[in-house]
Design a protein around this ligand. Structure first.
Ligand SMILES: [Zn+2]
Length: 1021
C-alpha cells in the first residue's frame, strides 16, 4: 500500500460511483481494488477465507475428499482445494488458510509438478497459509496428550518438508469445549502465537461479550504459567460470517449487484449492511481489529463464488470509507492485535464443559462410543511401543512400518472421531483403518522382538527363524498361542516388553488350557503363579466376540487364566517359559474358590497384601476399604446406576444424544435376585466376581504387591426394549468430606480443580445439575478432604463427576434412542453382530481405585497412571526341544544396565524418522507442588538412555519438531496482561550441555530432541 494515496483514491471512486448511478452509464469491466492492507485509524475488518473440513463425520474421510456418498451431504474437499488454488492464482491479493493436513496430503500427492510449484509460490507469498497444521482438527476432551502431539507432529513435519513452513496459529474452531493442554502444550509449546475457536459455554460467551473479554491471554498450566501462555480469541458467535455474508452457490445472502444495467442494484445497501455488522462486532472487541471467519463446513467448493463477493466488499466498503475491509489471515490479525500494545485479561483453567443453550451440555460425548475410545487408547500405547521397537532394529525402508497405524490414529483424534459423534459407518471406517495399521505395526513388533531375541539387527524379516505371535483380543481371554500350546507337551515362551523408562514388576495374565503348569524365568527359576478358572461369563463373552470380530469360532476353549508376576527392565524385555508340569512337580497354585452365603453380617475380605476390601455377602457389595501400611480405613461402596435419556426431537425438546447429556431420571441398579459373590484367592491375586444384573458383570482384583483395586467391568447389551435410552455410571462412594470440590485431568496431564455448580469465570446459572457438572477424564479424577484422597484412574476417555461429597462417578456406557439435533442425524445405538444377528454393544474396560492419606495420592495417579497408559506388551512363541534359552537372548534393555529413568519422567516418543534422525520426547509427569518427592527438577542421562550408541548431534526442538526450540523462543510474542503479573516462580530445565548430554525436566515440562545416532555396537552383542 506504500505511496498509494488512500483518501484521494476513495473520493475519486465515490465520484465515479455517483456518476454511474445518476446517469446510467454503460456497464463495463470493474477492476476491484482488493489490495487493501490495515489502516491504522479505522475499524479493520479482517476477512479470513476458510473451509472447515471434517476428516470424517457424516461421511468417511475419503468420501468427503473425493465427493462420494453425496446423497448424505454434498461435500467434496477436492473441489475446495482445486477451486481455491485457482482463485488465489487469479488475484494475488486473495488469501486462504488451510487446516487439515489429512485432506491436503490426499490432494497434494496427486498434483502435477507444475501446479505444485505454483502452490509453493502461493504459500511463500502468504496467500495460502497453513493454520493449525495437524492431520486433523483434533478433539480436545477425549484424546490423550500423546496422541495430540503425535497427530500434530505428523502434519507439521509434512508442511515443513513440503513447504519449509511452520504454522503460527492454532485454529480449533469447532471442538466442543477447549482444554488447558490445547492452550499451553498444543499451542504455546508448538510456537503458536495465538489460538482461535468458537465454542464456549453460552453463559460464558454472553458475559465475555459484555465485558470485552472474548480475547484473553490463556495460561493453561499452573506449573508453566506465563512461560506457556497464548493469545486466545473466541469468536463472538460461531465460525461462520455474520448473517448475510455467506456466499456458497446455494446460500441465500444477497450478493452485491453492481451492474448498472441490471435490476436490483444494491451496492449501497450491502455496504451499509457490512458497516453495521462490523460496528456491532466492534462493540464487543478490544482494539480496532475484528476478524470475520469467511466460511464454514465444506465451503469454497466453487471458491470464486466467495471470492467474487469479498472482492466487491473490499472494493466498495473501502470506497465508502467508514470501516476498512481487507483480505487477511489469523496470523495477520494476531500481529495487528499484538501491535496494538493492549493489555489483555488472563484466563486460567479450561473451557469445559460446553453448553450451547440451556439444557444442552455437551458432556455426553465424553463417553460416547466407549469401545472405540478404548480401542484408540489401546492402539495409542501400542503405536508408542511399536515405534520404540522399530527404532531398536532400524526402520525398514521397504518392509512393514508403523506409519499406517500412525496415520489411522491421527485421523481418529478428529473432533468427530474419538469424540464418538460421527455416524456409525464412519466410526467403522476409523476402526478399520486402525486395525489395518495395527496389522502392519504388529509385523514390526514381532519381527523386531524376534531380531532382538536373535541378537540380529537390520536383518531381513524373512531370515528370522523366531516366529512370535501376539494376542490383541486378550481382554476377552482369546489367545490361540497360549491356549493351544502345551497340548502337545511343548512349552511356550512369553516375551514381556516394557515400553516405559523405568523397570517394572507387574502381573501378567494369559489364558491356558491345562492346570499342570510351571512358569520359569530365564534363569530357570520357578515363578510363583496362580490359576483362576474361566467363568461361564468369560467364556460366553469370548465365544461371541471372537465370532463377531474375527468371523470364526474360537477353536480351543481355555480353562484358566494363568497369572504371574513379571520383572521387566526399562525399554526392554524379559522372557518367561511356560511348560507342562509333571503331576509330582511343585507347580502353580489353583485359586481357592468360594461363594460366600449371605448370612447376616457375613463379611468377605479380599487382598493378600496391604490392601483389603471388605464385602457384605448379604448385599453382594463393597462396604469397607483398608490399608494396613498407611492405616487408611474408610467405609466405601461401589455401585452402578443409570440415567434415562431425555426424549426429544429438536433443540426445544433437547434429547440426550451423541453430543449432549440430558438425563431424565436416575436409577440405582440393584442385583436381580440373590446372586452370590464368587471369590477367588491365591498367592498372586484375589478376585471377586459380581453379576450386578443381567447385563453388568464385574471383577475386582487386588494384586498382592499393589495397593489399589482394579475393577474390570463388562456392560451391555444395555436393554432398550422399554424404549428408554440409558447411560450407565459406576459410583464410588466414601465418607470423605470433599466440599463440592474434585479434580480432573486435562488430556491426561494437568489436573484442574472443579467445584460443583460453580465456574471460575462467571456466576453459573445452574439448570442441569448433573450434566453441567460432568468433565472429561483421560487419566483420572480425585477428591480429597483433610485426611484422605480418593482417586479413580481410567483406561480410556470417559465422562466423570463428583455430584455428592465423597463420591466419584464415571459414565461408562451409553445407548440412546433419540438424535440430539446437533447434525449427526443418527441415534447413538451401537450394536455388535454375528452375521445378521445384532445386539447392543457390550463394553469391557477397567478403572482403578485407591484411597491414600492426604498428599500421597499423586505418586500413584502419575506413575501408575503412566503404567496404565503403557501396559506390558506380550508376544508368544512355541519352544522347540526346550532350547529357547540356549539360542535366544533372554532379556534386553535399550538403556544402560545400571540405569532406569526416574519415576517422574516418561519417554513419550522414541522414534526413528524417515531421515534416520531419532525423535526423542521426554515428559515430566508431575505438576509443581503435587508431590513432595516427585514434583522436582529431574534429569535424564542421554548417554545411558542411548547406551551403545554414539550421539553425533542433539538438537532441542519445539514440541512438534518443526523448528529449533531456541528459534521458537526468539520469535515468541510478549503479551501484556491486565492486573498483577505476579505468579509463583516458574522453573524449566536448563540448556543441554553437548558434552554431558543430561536433560533436565521441571514439573510438567515436555522436551523434544532430534538426535543423530550412530550404532557403536549391536544390541545384546
Ligand atoms: Zn467439525
Amino acid at each position: 500500500m506504500e505511496g498509494f494515496n488512500l483518501k484521494h483514491s476513495s473520493i475519486l471512486h465515490i465520484l465515479l460511483f455517483l456518476l454511474f448511478s445518476c446517469f446510467g452509464v454503460n456497464s463495463k469491466y470493474i477492476a476491484y481494488n482488493t489490495s487493501q492492507g490495515i489502516v491504522g485509524d479505522k475499524i479493520n475488518v479482517h476477512l479470513v477465507p476458510h473451509s472447515h473440513d471434517d476428516v470424517g463425520w457424516l461421511k468417511t474421510v475419503d468420501q468427503y475428499y473425493f465427493g462420494g456418498n453425496n446423497s448424505i451431504r454434498g461435500a467434496c474437499v477436492q473441489n475446495v482445494l482445486d477451486s481455491v488454488i485457482q482463485a488465489l492464482l487469479d488475484d494475488k491479493n486473495r488469501k486462504f488458510i488451510y487446516v487439515e493436513m489429512a485432506f491436503f496430503q490426499r490432494w497434494w500427492r496427486q498434483q502435477s509438478p507444475a501446479l505444485k510449484k505454483k502452490v509453493k509460490e502461493l504459500v511463500n507469498s502468504g496467500q495460502l497459509e497453513f493454520i493449525n497444521g495437524g492431520m486433523c482438527m483434533h478433539d480436545e476432551a477425549t484424546p490423550h496428550y500423546i496422541d495430540l502431539i503425535d497427530q500434530t507432529t505428523m502434519g507439521h513435519l509434512f508442511i515443513k518438508d513440503a513447504f519449509g513452513q511452520t504454522p503460527r496459529v492454532g485454529w480449533q474452531i469447532d471442538p466442543f469445549g477447549h482444554s488447558a493442554v490445547q492452550a499451553y502444550l498444543l499451542g504455546a509449546e508448538l510456537g503458536f502465537d495465538s489460538l482461535y475457536f468458537a465454542r464456549i459455554d453460552y453463559q460464558d460467551r454472553a458475559k465475555r461479550k459484555d465485558d470485552k473479554t472474548l480475547e484473553v491471554i490463556w495460561r493453561g498450566s499452573s506449573s508453566l504459567g506465563s512461560s506457556s501462555q497464548i493469545f486466545t480469541g473466541i469468536f463472538p458467535r460461531h465460525y461462520d460470517p455474520p448473517d448475510g455474508f455467506t456466499f456458497e452457490i446455494n446460500d441465500v445472502s444477497p450478493p452485491i449487484q453492481d451492474d448498472v444495467l441490471l435490476f436490483d442494484y444494491n451496492v449501497k445497501e450491502r455496504v451499509n449492511d457490512f458497516v453495521a455488522a462490523a460496528l456491532a462486532q466492534a462493540n464487543g472487541t478490544r482494539t480496532n481489529h475484528l476478524m470475520w471467519a469467511m466460511g464454514t463446513d465444506f465451503r469454497y467448493q466453487y471458491a470464486v463464488s466467495w471470492f467474487r463477493q469479498m472482492d466487491k466488499f473490499i472494493h466498495y466498503v473501502n470506497m465508502d470509507g467508514r470501516v476498512n475491509a481487507l483480505y487477511s489471515t489469523p496470523s495477520i490479525y494476531t500481529d495487528a492485535k499484538y501491535a496494538a500494545d493492549e493489555k489483555w485479561p488472563v484466563k486460567t483453567g479450561d473451557f469445559f464443559p460446553y453448553a450451547d443453550q440451556e439444557n444442552a451440555y455437551w458432556t455426553g460425548y465424553f463417553t460416547s462410543r466407549p469401545a472405540f475410545k478404548g480401542y484408540v487408547r489401546m492402539m495409542s500405547s501400542y503405536y508408542l511401543a511399536a515405534r520404540q521397537l522399530e527404532y531398536f532394529v532400524g526402520r525398514s525402508g521397504s518392509g512393514p512400518n508403523t506409519d499406517v497405524l500412525g496415520d489411522a490414529l491421527a485421523l481418529a483424534q478428529h473432533h468427530d472421531a474419538v469424540s464418538g459423534t460421527e455416524r456409525q459407518h464412519v466410526a467403522a471406517d476409523y476402526a478399520l483403518r486402525i486395525s489395518m495399521g495395527y496389522a502392519k505395526a504388529e509385523e514390526v513388533v514381532v519381527s523386531s522382538l524376534a531380531s532382538l531375541t536373535e541378537s540380529r539387527l537390520n536383518s531381513s524379516h524373512d531370515s528370522l527363524s523366531t516366529k512370535l505371535q501376539q494376542c490383541p483380543l486378550l481382554n476377552i481371554s482369546y489367545c490361540p498361542p497360549s491356549e493351544s500350546l502345551l497340548s502337545n507337551g511343548k512349552s511356550f515362551v512369553v516375551i514381556v516388553y516394557n515400553p516405559l523408562g523405568w523397570k517394572r514388576e507387574e502381573v501378567v495374565r494369559i489364558p491356558v488350557s491345562f492346570k499342570e503348569v510351571i512358569v520359569q524365568d530365564h534363569d530357570g527359576r520357578e515363578i510363583v503363579s496362580q490359576l483362576l478358572p474361566l467363568t461361564n461369563f468369560s467364556l460366553n463373552t469370548r465365544n461371541y466376540h471372537v465370532r463377531a470380530y474375527l468371523g470364526v469360532s474360537p477353536g480351543n476353549t481355555p480353562s484358566y487364566w494363568l497369572a504371574f508376576s513379571a520383572f521387566v527392565p526399562p525399554l526392554g524385555f524379559s522372557t518367561y517359559i511356560i511348560s507342562r508340569a509333571n503331576k509330582t512337580d511343585a507347580s502353580v497354585t489353583m485359586s481357592a474358590i468360594s461363594r460366600p452365603e449371605g448370612g447376616s453380617n457375613n463379611i468377605v475380605e479380599i487382598g493378600q497384601g496391604n490392601l483389603k476390601l471388605h464385602y457384605s455377602a448379604q448385599e453382594g457389595k463393597l462396604v469397607h476399604y483398608s490399608n494396613s501400611r498407611n492405616l487408611v480405613r474408610t467405609s466405601a461402596e461401589q455401585t452402578y446406576s443409570y440415567y434415562s435419556g431425555y426424549e426429544g426431537f429438536d433443540r426445544v425438546n433437547q434429547a440426550s444424544g451423541a453430543y449432549v447429556f440430558r438425563p431424565n431420571n436416575t436409577y440405582t441398579i440393584k442385583p436381580e435376585g440373590q446372586v452370590p459373590l464368587t471369590v477367588m484367592r491365591g498367592p498372586v491375586v484375589d478376585e471377586i466376581h459380581q453379576q450386578i444384573n443381567a447385563w453388568i458383570y464385574q471383577v475386582t482384583r487386588v494384586y498382592k504387591g499393589t495397593e489399589h483395586a482394579e475393577v474390570e467391568y463388562n456392560i451391555g447389551p444395555i436393554p432398550v426394549d422399554d424404549k428408554v435410552g440409558k447411560e450407565i455410571t459406576a459410583k464410588i462412594s466414601t465418607a470423605l468430606k470433599t466440599n463440592k470440590t474434585f479434580y480432573t485431568d486435562s488430556n491426561g496431564r494437568d489436573f484442574i480443580r472443579r467445584v460443583r455448580d460453580y465456574r471460575e469465570d462467571w456466576d453459573l446459572q445452574v439448570n442441569q445439575p448433573i450434566a453441567g457438572n460432568y468433565y472429561p477424564i483421560n487419566l483420572g479424577i480425585y477428591a480429597k478432604d483433610e485426611k484422605m484422597e480418593l482417586s479413580v484412574l481410567v483406561d480410556r476417555a470417559v465422562g466423570g463427576a463428583s455430584l455428592v461429597d465423597g463420591q466419584i462417578e464415571l459414565m461408562l456406557h451409553r445407548r440412546l434412542l433419540y438424535d440430539d439435533a446437533r447434525g449427526v442425524g443418527e441415534v447413538l445405538n451401537e450394536t455388535v453382530c454375528v452375521l445378521k444377528d445384532c445386539k447392543g454393544l457390550m463394553v469391557n474396560g477397567m478403572f482403578y481405585i485407591k484411597i491414600d492419606p492426604l498428599g500421597e495420592g499423586a505418586k500413584w495417579r502419575r506413575t501408575f497412571g503412566q503404567e496404565i497408559y503403557s501396559p506390558l506388551l506380550l508376544a508368544f512363541a512355541e519352544q522347540d526341544e526346550n532350547n529357547w534359552l540356549s539360542s535366544h537372548v533372554p532379556t534386553f534393555s535399550a538403556v544402560d544396565s545400571s540405569y532406569s529413568l526416574p519415576k517422574n519422567i516418561a519417554v513419550v516418543t522414541l522414534q526413528e524418522l524417515d531421515s534416520g534422525i531419532v525423535l526423542l520426547r521426554l515428559a515430566h509427569l508431575y505438576e509443581t507442588g503435587e508431590d513432595k518427592d516427585y514434583s522436582v527438577m529431574s534429569s535424564v542421562e542421554l548417554k545411558k538412555l542411548f547406551t551403545g550408541k554414539k550421539m553425533t548431534k542433539v538438537v532441542e526442538m519445539n514440541l512438534s519438531g518443526n523448528q529449533e526450540r531456541a528459534e521458537m523462543e526468539k520469535k515468541r510474542l510478549v503479551w501484556k496482561v491486565e492486573g498483577s503479573t505476579a505468579e509463583t516462580k516458574i522453573t524449566r530445565g536448563g540448556p543441554i550441555d553437548p558434552k554431558k548430554l543430561v536433560v533436565e525436566l521441571a514439573p510438567m515440562e515436555i522436551r523434544t530432541f532430534f538426535i543423530s545416532v550412530n550404532n557403536l555396537k549391536m544390541f545384546g552383542s
